[in-house]
Ligand binder design. Sequence first.
Ligand SMILES: O=C([C@H](O)CO)[C@H](O)[C@H](O)COP(=O)(O)O
Length: 210
Amino acid sequence: MELQLALDLVNIPEAKEVVKEVEEHIDIVEIGTPIIKIEGLKAVTELKEAFPNLQVLADLKTMDAAAYEVQKASEAKADIVTILGVAEDESIKGAVEEAKKQGTKVLVDLIAVKDIETRAKELDEFGVDYICVHTGYDMQAVGKNSFEDLQTIKGVVKNAKTAVAGGIKLDTLPEVIKAQPDLVIVGGGIAGQDDKKGVAAKMQQMIQEG
Ligand SMILES: O=C([C@H](O)CO)[C@H](O)[C@H](O)COP(=O)(O)O
């Protein structure tokens, strides 16, 4: 099980400061969708150059022109690129094919997918690398989480790694770990805390103890 830190509500210098603090306790750093929209793919390049030992995920949440966006994010030094599960099958297949060419990986975000079980099965057959259940900020605000959806995809996904994101904090991490995803994605649960290093270290320890 790996730990990914999601950085959303910061600029590039602030992102570097946060990662510097927690670097040794995380496996992947996510350059969140808002950062990429505001700062561009140079945020991915700068973070990879500053932290070459970490994998960097570009959270593009691609919906169309998938092969092109995967190509550009890979050229910007992303190790993993995200695409939306609600995108057309052709877009998902294009992303997978391009990622293979580039030597990068594709994570499919199931945000807003209604039939999680059916879509996860299909995506798994398309050869994506990760399938992620995700409760975004706007649904977290009305009290939703993805813990049940994680159990659902764990039951049907045979090849891809499974991932979970959306409002995970220290107190909810044990419930997530119980479902044994391959990747746990935490944003505000680390980046929004006063003692970021302490929380990341504790989360890493809990994940390693599995
Ligand atoms: O993908 C995300 C969200 O849609 C905003 O871009 C977040 O990175 C993801 O939800 C993880 O962050 P937290 O919910 O704060 O843990």
